[in-house]
Write a protein that binds this ligand. Structure first.
Ligand code: PLP
Ligand code: COI
Length: 359
């Protein structure tokens, strides 16, 4: 693919080391990648200064939410080079989301080229403090100026970067609390739950606001029949049993197929079985109470491995998992994932891709 570059002349030339902890998703870098779909093909690939994108007031995305996105990270290794973690999987998932939202797919190779080009241009923005990484946000939206409820003819694909700290303020050190409620659901069969589509997150804001009334960070979503556990907010759920099994819900069309979960499922960790199951909600609660479940948490790109210390019901009953602290298995999963990402543990073949220096 040919990419045009319009680079700022006053590009950052020093390492980006702010003194305070970086907040997840707040900071932007100098440039972004843009590409347009003209109804037939993707054209006009370019890296330009980060800034506003003009869309018509009647653009399909503004009315009917035809938008999909991804979230992935890169890490700086001891050799000073930057490595993308499983970006190819994110690119493939963007195309899966595109199918669900009737949007055009983009060749995985083209998406990877876009991410590499931008990351290369912005390498001096790489955050250096502990626990920080570069978060990439690729996304696509329908731009046709048309009020008919039908797929847009034209689209824009954009990637921008955000030097980021941990998703939850306290980072890995402080297990979070989740609300369990039958009042809100994230997805229903036949809907868009398996897509990383903006609308799924728009409608989750009401449940997040409700969870916060209980001092909880998020909702542990149940399926539409309130029988099975689906998602831990914007993470896949996992729990650990006394028998050293790590259980993740089976992927269905109401669950986002997490690349972090898939990575865990592919790892071989001695003494641990990592597998999937349909997790019955009543049994889950009973197993926490009996002590059969010893640790709980969530997997996700932004959140990494996030321990959950307790669950609260709407009647204020609290279920503490184990002692409510970070358990040894959660610690091991966290250390393994971050070790692989940062290069201190050997990555399975193909998981890390070096960003070549071209700019
Ligand atoms: N589930 C939901 C609803 C999410 O938003 C995310 C975040 O991306 C995940 C799960 C975790 O997926 P991944 O590990 O690919 O980031
Ligand atoms: C991610 O983990 O990358 C996400 O997209 C989660 C969230 C910030 C929406």
């Amino acid at each position: 693919m040919h990419i045009d570059y319009t680079l700022k002349s006053d590009r950052r030339t020093e390492q980006f080391v702010p003194t305070e902890q970086l907040i997840f998703g707040k900071t932007r870098t100098d440039h972004m990648f843009l590409m347009d779909y003209d109804g037939e093909q993707w054209t006009n690939a370019r890296v330009v200064p980060y800034g506003d994108i003009a869309v018509a007031p009647g653009a399909v995305v503004l009315h009917y939410g035809q938008e999909i996105f991804e979230g992935c990270k890169s890490f700086k290794h001891e050799d000073g080079e930057i490595y993308g973690f499983r970006w190819d999987e994110n690119a493939k998932r963007l195309n899966e989301s595109a199918k669900i939202m009737i949007m055009p797919e983009i060749d995985v190779e083209i998406q990877l080229e876009a991410m590499h080009a931008l990351m290369d241009v912005e390498r001096l923005w790489f955050p250096e403090q502990d626990g920080a990484s570069m978060y990439l946000r690729p996304f696509m939206f329908g731009t046709s100026d048309s009020l008919g409820v039908k797929p847009s003819k034209t689209y824009t694909y954009c990637v921008f970067l955000s030097p980021s700290g941990p998703y939850y303020k306290a980072g890995f050190s402080d297990p979070i609390k989740l609300l369990i409620t039958s009042r809100f659901h994230r997805a229903a069969p036949g809907g868009s739950g398996a897509a990383k589509a903006g609308g799924n997150y728009g409608c989750s804001m009401r449940s997040i606001q409700f969870a916060q009334k209980f001092d909880a960070s998020q909702v542990l979503y149940l399926d539409a029949t309130n029988q099975f556990i689906e998602e831990a907010g914007a993470m896949n759920h996992y729990h650990v049993t006394k028998d050293n099994e790590v259980i993740i819900p089976h992927f269905t069309d109401t669950i986002l197929k997490s690349i972090t979960s898939c990575s865990m499922l592919e790892l071989e960790l001695e003494g641990l079985t990592i597998r999937q199951e349909f997790i019955g909600f009543q049994k889950f609660m009973a197993d926490i109470q009996s002590g059969h479940i010893t640790e709980c948490g969530g997997f996700g790109t932004a959140a990494g491995v996030s321990p959950v210390g307790s669950y609260i019901l709407e009647n204020e009953t609290t279920y503490t998992v184990g002692e409510g602290k970070i358990g040894p298995v959660t610690q091991r999963l966290y250390d393994t994932l971050t070790g692989i990402q940062k290069g201190s543990i050997k990555a399975p073949d193909g998981w890390l891709q070096k960003v070549e220096r071209k700019h």
